[in-house]
Design a protein around this ligand. Structure first.
Ligand code: FE2
Length: 330
């Protein structure tokens, strides 16, 4: 019992980030044609009674920490209010040497690009066509395999998530959550930003590369609370990888034991199992365990994303579902 108590559950890295975007075609073209990510799964949101696409983008196999997933909300007519208390920026990792290429590529595609720097890292900031904030961060030592067959050559391609930026009105309650519950380590401050990383012991002789394991908090006390509902134009949640179902259970107990009782039961998401927690900052976090096979549980590895996958809650209404969802060319 005491030994088990000593083993605190660990977050390893990002698993996926999920955004509420605009039109399905606009979202698909942005991620596959501009950002050159692979469409690894086309399915629908498992929750609710009105079908909404769920589109997954990532590397060849849609591995953990390469996944960006979206709920295109325009068909529903539901708009979100942006503000604080939400994930505000999605940071994706590209080779440092590829930043000039990406600046030109994004500009050619009509995106306004702004250069920024945070914690000594150079970034290109731009917006998804629906207004969500993205940035490409130049990283020299990211060993993750990118999509090998996209419009952008692999040596220049996006490696996966680098970090997220959560907008907050104050830092203290998030600091308690991140260090006591979510197993993060506060490693740096830069102006109104505070950085946390995962999978790193304090004082480790040679820290592992941090990309894909970062959460930054950005102080924005003047803004109103952003929406929590599904609505166009906000990040819905960020998912983080834990080792196995036992670690996921342990994280749930840890969260609830500390008083973070807005923690869900385990939900079967088809490709992974998830628990969700509403963090003190307001942003929704998820602790996630991939199922054996991950994205390949219903499609062969070389056919990932090739066909729409009817989600189990809608199987008895598949014709109705396909008749309702807006057309998507791919
Ligand atoms: Fe998720």
């Amino acid at each position: 019992m005491l030994a088990a108590m000593a083993n605190r559950p660990q977050i390893r890295r990002h698993h996926h980030i999920t955004l509420c975007s605009g039109g399905a075609q606009e979202d698909y073209d942005f991620h596959t044609k501009v950002l050159s990510l692979k469409s690894v799964k086309k399915t629908a949101l498992y929750d609710g009674d009105v079908p909404i696409y769920h589109l997954y983008y990532g590397n060849d196999l849609g591995e953990e920490s390469t996944l960006v997933t979206t709920f295109p909300m325009r068909q529903s007519g539901r708009k979100a209010r942006r503000g604080t208390g939400q994930v505000r920026i999605l940071s994706l990792s590209v080779p440092e040497s590829a930043l000039a290429f990406w600046r030109k590529r994004l500009t050619t595609h009509g995106f306004a690009v702004r250069e920024a720097s945070r914690f000594g890292e150079r970034a290109l900031q731009f917006q998804h066509p629906c207004g969500l904030d993205y940035e490409l961060v130049g990283i020299a030592d990211d060993a993750r395999k990118p999509y090998s067959n996209g419009e952008v050559p692999a040596e220049l391609a996006i490696r996966g998530t680098h970090g997220i930026v959560v907008s907050v009105r104050e830092h203290e309650s998030s600091n308690e959550f991140m260090t006591e519950a979510w197993s993060g380590r506060r490693v740096a401050e830069d102006g109104r930003f505070v950085r946390y990383v995962f999978g790193e012991e304090a004082g480790a002789a040679k820290p592992a590369p941090r990309t894909g394991k970062i959460v930054d908090f950005m102080l924005e006390p003047e803004l109103p609370q952003a929406s929590w509902t599904y609505g166009e134009g906000i990040v819905h949640h960020c998912a983080f990888q834990v080792d196995d179902l036992e670690a996921q259970d342990a994280m749930k107990f840890r969260l609830e034991g500390l008083g973070f009782t807005d923690t869900s039961e385990r939900k079967d998401r088809g490709y992974f199992d998830s628990i969700y927690v509403r963090t003190p900052a307001g942003a929704l976090f998820e602790a996630t365990v991939s199922k054996p096979g991950g994205m390949t549980v219903d499609e062969l590895p070389d056919q990932l994303g090739g066909a729409f996958q009817i989600p189990p809650p809608f199987r008895h209404r598949s014709q109705e579902l396909m008749g309702y969802l807006e057309p998507l060319r791919y």
